[in-house]
Design a protein around this ligand. Sequence first.
Ligand code: CO
Length: 196
Amino acid sequence: MIEKLFTQNKLWADARTAERPDYFERLSELQRPEYLWIGCSDSRVPANVIAGLEPGEVFVHRNVANLIHPTDLNMLSVLEYAVHQLEVKHIIVCGHYGCGGIRAAVSGDSYGLIDHWLQPIRDVADTSFECRDCGAWSERDLDEPCEASIIDQVTRLARTPTLQAAWKQGKAVSIHGWAYGLKDGLLSNLGCSIER
Ligand code: CO
C-alpha cells in the first residue's frame, strides 16, 4: 500500500515539469518564502494546501496544538532561521477549531506526557473559562479556549528573544493569529497581529 506514494509522487513531479520544464531546477536553487507557518500537526490542516501556496512559498513548523514553548529548541531553531536568514515578512500561528489538543487540555483527564506539553492551554483556560468535566464540553464550547490559546501563542511568540531582536534591528516582520475551520475549510483572522 505504501508503494502507491511513490507512484503518486512520480505523477506529481511529472505534472509539475510538464507545466514548467525548469520547475524543480528553479526551486532547488533558492527558497525565498515570505511566510512562516506555525500550525497544528493535525493531518487535516496542511499549511500549503489550505493557504493555496506552492513549494517554496511557506516555511513550516507544526506541533500538537500549535504551541509556543519558550524552551522548545525545535521551534526556536525554525523561528531563528526564518526570521534572520530567510527574512520572512509574516509569521502565522494557525490553530483550528475541533483541535484534539485543546479538548485534551481542558478535559480534566490525564493523558501522560502530553499533559505537560498542553499546559499553556490549561493556563489560559483556567484564567479565562470555567473548568468543566470533559463530557460537559461541546465542540462549540471549545471554540473560545481554542481562539484564546492562539492569541496567547502570538503573545508568547512576540516575547521570544528572536523576535525582540528582529524588531530592535528594524526588521519588518509581523505575527498573526488565525483559526482554521475543519467544517468549512476557511481561515479566519483573530485580529491579534503584532508588528513591533
Ligand atoms: Co489540532
